[in-house]
Design a protein around this ligand. Structure first.
Ligand code: ATP
Ligand code: MG
Length: 258
């Protein structure tokens, strides 16, 4: 038995996960989702979503592949160009990268909006509080005074001054129906999802096939680096992106290790 065998079950705090463990990022991700469920932030279903993502990340080698890094830079440029960018937060996102989403929102001057597949007032509140504990000052999603067309009632709820009015939305780990409905509203959709075949990245203007725990801090780094770029340079970055090529590169890597 290796020294690592009991790691995931025993860990009370994420600092106890050895950083040199060959599956460190997976253990960390799993641990954060478990804590999210315990805290009432993440629905139990979120664990299944996590499990699906974990399999793809294993095949990607738990690293940001070059096409994903390029997509993260393009996504940062879109957010900087936007009139009204919004970052959508669900239970998994809140458990995995709360402080990192706050940092990204600050870097690109975006709103944060809580939006849940399994929406209850308690979870909405718990997530908003959790984001505030991580430095968020203005959390949207609780008003729910507008609806996304062509979507069932609970999942359609958004803030009129938030996602409803947004021109660019970052929707990480989003379910396919909602991603499609947002796309039909004409929004520029940036999707983070480890499965390039899932419907959400398939409909995204910018599909980012990467683990959210790597993708979000990297987007913030790109945004900070591009902060002084003029509009024409940002437009050039956005125009150079080939979404089909990005999806293909990710699928090649996953299927064939290339
Ligand atoms: P659909 O066809 O509706 O898209 P789905 O199988 O993709 O269904 P969902 O629960 O809607 O299931 O979406 C979860 C998605 O989130 C999966 O595609 C999974 O790969 C992805 N995912 C899970 N964890 C992460 C993570 N840490 N980083 C990035 N993506 C993740
Ligand atoms: Mg999906």
């Amino acid at each position: 038995m290796s020294e690592y065998d009991t790691v995931s079950a025993e860990v009370e705090h994420e600092d106890e996960i050895p950083e040199d463990h060959p599956r460190y990022q997976d253990l960390l991700t799993r641990h954060r989702i478990e804590k999210g469920v315990e805290k009432g932030i993440t629905h139990l279903q979120g664990m299944h979503a996590e499990g699906r993502g974990s399999a793809f990340d294993y095949l990607l080698g738990e690293e940001t592949i070059p096409s994903a890094d390029a997509a993260e830079r393009v996504a940062a440029a879109h957010l900087l160009l936007a009139d009204h960018p919004v970052l959508s937060i669900n239970g998994n996102v809140a458990a995995l990268v709360p402080g990192e989403m706050v940092d990204l929102a600050e870097a690109v001057d975006a709103d944060l909006e809580v939006n849940l597949f399994n929406r209850t007032p308690e979870r909405m509140q718990a997530i908003a509080d959790h984001l505030r504990e991580h430095g968020a000052t203005n959390v949207k999603g609780l008003e729910a005074d507008a609806r996304i067309p062509n979507l069932d009632h609970q999942r359609a709820k958004v803030d009129e001054a938030g996602i409803y009015a947004a021109d660019v939305v970052l929707v990480p780990l989003e379910d396919g129906d909602r991603a499609e409905a947002l796309e039909e509203m004409g929004k520029t959709e940036l999707v983070i999802d480890l499965n390039p075949l899932s419907r959400s990245p398939q409909v995204a203007e910018v599909p980012i096939v990467d683990n959210i725990i790597r993708a979000v801090p990297n987007m913030t780094d790109h945004a900070l680096e591009l902060a002084d770029a003029d509009e024409s340079e940002l437009r050039k970055i956005v125009a150079s992106f080939d979404r089909e090529a990005a999806l293909e590169a990710a699928e090649e890597r996953i299927r064939r290790g290339l």
